[in-house]
Design a binder for this molecule. Sequence first.
Ligand SMILES: [Fe+2]
Ligand SMILES: [Fe+2]
Length: 189
Amino acid sequence: MNVVIQLQPLNQHKMAIFPETIMKGKRNPLLSDECLNLLNYRIQQEEQSSRMYLSMSLWLNNEGYTGAAKLWRKYSDEELSHADWARDYLLAMGVTPSTPNLSSEPNTYQGLPQIIQLSYDHEINVTKQIKELGDKAFKSGDHMLYTLVGEYLKEQREEHDKTQTWVDKLAAFGTDKIAMRWLDEEMGG
Ligand SMILES: [Fe+2]
Ligand SMILES: [Fe+2]
């Protein structure tokens, strides 16, 4: 016995409810190309920061600085959540975030003081990048994106506070073995 499947005709009325969205694709027109690219760059840079702090943590661990290693591992994990902020924003705008290439990081360092100094300098660079994103958001009148930039800047203030504290302690107590031992204890909490 032959079974005849009857196809239902398309409901033209329902198809026409959101014609503009269907024609233009999912991307929200409020997001400019320039800001989209900077948000993908933000993802890459936050992931790279995570990798940098991870490499520092691994070296510290292997050199006996177990307290500092634990703290830098925490910093590494936090950076991944900052990448998620940009991803979530892009998703809210109907854009699939990119999964960019990352560069390798050193697997050797001169010591904890150098790691503190590199981390301090790195956070200054990141804040400069976020200020650029803020400038672009402001100039293109993207106030919604500007609120995300505010979140990043608030986070950066905390990052500067942390790295400044470690730099201050190096200046106050020096970098000999005893000072390093105390600092490592303190960093491990
Ligand atoms: Fe970050
Ligand atoms: Fe950071």
